[in-house]
Design a protein around this ligand. Structure first.
Ligand code: CTP
Length: 216
């Protein structure tokens, strides 16, 4: 199968020296890309700025902003079987990017933000690939993950519980629950991101094959 995996954060520029971003390290997405290659799948890895070596054998596409990731995903999904949106894409971006460095002043300062495009929501509802989203939640994990599964038109939603600071973002470990369209769910308890990635690749590809019956 051909998998497109997104990983890491995006950065939204404020001025030439500043940006808005988040704590995503890219470890989970890179582990998924590695596990998919290990399982003999073809992988396009669309990565935001991270400090990780890309897995050998993946086609790497580097992006910085949510708009760049949006364009890269739309180009890559044309001939893919599975899209795994593991990236922590910015929800907002500055309404204006200052051309010169914003100078410090001794007064309140506010930044006007506008919504960034939602990549998953922008995908065509009728499509020839299986779409997996990742829900990063600090509370009411199941409720929020199921809502995202429906509103973002995904085939599967992998929920990360971020309420435990020892796992998830930046950590080498994670614990996830996978929610499917039919209402089923499956939990992978706390373990290394490498092991979670191997399990996820198996589960995702097994379910993708069921949905993409004309292809496989
Ligand atoms: N996502 C996306 N485009 C965005 C933001 C998020 O495609 N602009 C994708 C992520 O890659 C992930 C899924 O949507 O697969 C859920 O992301 P998450 O950050 O959990 O949810 P949000 O939609 O950003 O909602 P909220 O921040 O309110 O939880």
């Amino acid at each position: 199968m051909k998998l497109v995996v997104t990983a890491g954060p995006t950065r939204e520029p404020i001025d030439p020296v500043r940006f808005l971003s988040n704590r995503s390290s890219g470890k989970m997405g890179y582990a998924i890309a590695s596990a998919a290659i290990e399982a003999n799948h073809e992988v396009v890895l669309i990565s935001g700025p991270v400090n990780l070596a890309p897995p050998a054998g993946a086609k790497l596409v580097n992006v910085i902003t949510a708009d760049e990731m949006h364009a890269a995903v739309h180009e890559a999904v044309h001939d893919c079987d599975v899209l795994v949106m593991c990236a922590a894409v910015s929800d907002y971006k500055p309404a204006h990017v200052a051309e010169q460095k914003i100078k410090k002043r001794d007064e309140k300062f506010s930044l006007e933000l506008i919504p960034a495009r939602d990549i998953l929501k922008s995908l065509p509802p009728s499509r020839n690939f299986f779409a997996v989203g990742f829900a990063a939640e600090t509370n009411d994990v199941e409720e929020h993950a199921r809502a995202k599964l429906a509103t973002k038109n995904c085939d599967m939603m992998v929920a990360n519980d971020l309420s435990d600071p020892d796992i998830g973002m930046e950590s080498d470990e994670n614990a996830v629950t996978i929610f499917s369209r039919g209402g089923e769910s499956e939990t992978i308890s706390r373990t290394s991101k490498k092991i979670i990635a191997r399990e996820l690749v198996k589960i995702i590809c097994r379910n993708a094959k069921k949905v993409l019956t004309k292809k496989f």
